[in-house]
Design a binder for this molecule. Sequence first.
Ligand code: BGC
Length: 729
Amino acid sequence: MDKKALEALLNDMSTEEKVMQLVQIPGSEYEASAEITGIERGQVKDNVKKLAGSTLGIWGSKRLRKIQEQYIKEHPHHIPLMFMLDVIHGHKTVLPCPLGQGATFDPDAVKKGAEMQAQEASADGVHATFSPMADLCRDARWGRIMESTGEDKILNSRMATAMVEGYQGDDLKDSDHIAACVKHYAAYGAAEAGRDYNNTELSEHTLREHYLRAYSEAIKKDPSMVMTSFNSVNGIPATGNKFLMKKILREEFGFKGVLISDWGAVGEMINHGFAEDQRDAALKAMQAGVDIDMCSGCYSSSLEDLVNTGAVSMQMLDEAVLRVLNMKNDLGLFEDPYRGIDMDAGPVITDESRNLARETVAASLVLLENKDKTLPLRKEKYAFIGPYADNKKLQSSWAFSGDDKNTVTVWEAAKEVYEPESIKVSAGCTMLDQDTMTARGKRHVDNWEEENSKLMAEAIKAAEWADTVIMCLGEDFAQSGEATSKVSIEIPNVQLNLLKEIKKAGKKIVTLIFTGRPLELNEVRELSDALMICWLPGTEGGHGIMDILTGKVSPSGRLPVSFPYTVGQEPLHYDMYPTGRPRPENGPSAFTSSYLDCENGALYPFGYGLSYTSFEFINPKLSAQKMSDTETITASVIVRNIGDMKGSVTVQLYIRDVTSSRVRPIRELADFKKISLDPGAEEEVSFVINEEMLRFWTAEEKWESEAGKFLVWICNSSRDGQALEFRLI
Ligand code: BGC
């Protein structure tokens, strides 16, 4: 439809119809059968069901086609309904959780993954996904850290951008693609004390320099939508925050698409103490620029009256509705309301999608310890022990359209590689301590003690038989994701006890940790010869893990978040600000900025990860020692694989602005490149440094760079490398 036709359509719509384009209702309202009229099924009134512009949380080619057919027939202007879904890290083929994808440091792979998700979801009738989540997160207590790609603005920017490009492709009319939604705007990841939905207090410079960066970069790729966040930012709920949405998002970032609230967030402004009632909440959300009200009911109950009484102007309403109609038009829904739907098969998991998932898993695994080259495994007898050894729940709490049945467990993959007489499996213990609270409620196991002593006895036997034990431990999948904040971030006690008991068998121990958040791993690492983070790896988890364990692929994942010594260090991030009393390198000393009982930095820092091969960084250098704001400097290094195995390495560029009008972090990631090298091979890796990369929110409240000295590291993690120096003149 051309612009004129769209405007004509808008002009022909009644106020009620217009308002309803801004109303999103749960898919369950359409679920019981595909008939819309007649029976009242949930909270939503019939006229809302008939006219609501979009719905969420349902998928399925036949099901959505039927709903769409009925809806269009009933709608006065036959405007199609838009189907949205949280396709977060997979629809049918589930990739590693976003934190795991962050660990790949490979935006190209992440983009391919998003393309695959879009294609699968579209074949199932889905038009838009609520992804990417661009929230920067520095707090392991916050369970939604699992949905983020980490603690760094540059890494998050690259990943969010790759996802938008992958989901949307070049043209949204191409039904292999779906609309993306950058969320949760803004600063949801900074929830105070890591408690979900909690308020955030952020200075403007921290907000702009760190928290807003990934959203702003992703918005440059024209995502169809942005979602508001639940939290308040400096006292004003994000969903009613004019500064964030009008000034920054629309004016500064130039976002032209649809702004949708998070689930119920418009109505939650009443609880926040920011709106008096539903009507007031609807008014404040509209005034702040929220186009679609996701499921709070405030727009459906009050917006029409707000328009009729003049509190909200018709122009304001029209602008919002036009954005929604434009999105439908961009998706090609007016021409084909059934775009993408594959009525024969629906989306299927293919060899190709499995291969992509398997490669992504292998690239996401982070090897933290490998004492005496315990890994890769050799030809020995292996016992796979732990609640994750043969567990299909590898998908995470945000992969509800994926089916556990399709997941390959570690044990299933091991059986494909080893002769049956050389391997054994044993769960060893329950996943959780008795009555542990998870996002899915309290987990109670009948006869928990008996069950655990039986499992433990079997596991000890298996360990005694084996040469090497592969311990498969971690948090339950329902302990990360939404509403899973925790003040303790260790693996469950019952699992730690199992590890201690197994250790007594005196065998080599390889510990695999399944998790959606950074954990405290002090004790685990002491008890293990090798230690690897496997995240929540998804459908091809078992295969990707075995590819690394057997040495088919060398590990190349890097931590996208700091793993602390103790939860007491949280929030924790590598790009800290300097202090007037820095902690001496060799340990704490009186009256310096240090803990009496812990390091300042992480146990395993951002950017860290081991490989089976070794890389030498030869002759890191800068092309010049001075640079004006119109010039660039090239930072380069020769990377050589000096080991005996092919491997990939992520070369990281960090910069520090040494003196400035507002203090700058001790180092900040500026760029990174992942390269792959055969044994003995070398490659020059170079990065261009320009003035734009040196800008920050100055004491004058301007986004500018300042002349002076800069340090540069071209290195292997946020904690190593030799500093080089240049001056911006
Ligand atoms: C979450 C969003 C999600 C939405 C729709 C909310 O609870 O915060 O991330 O997209 O639900 O499912």
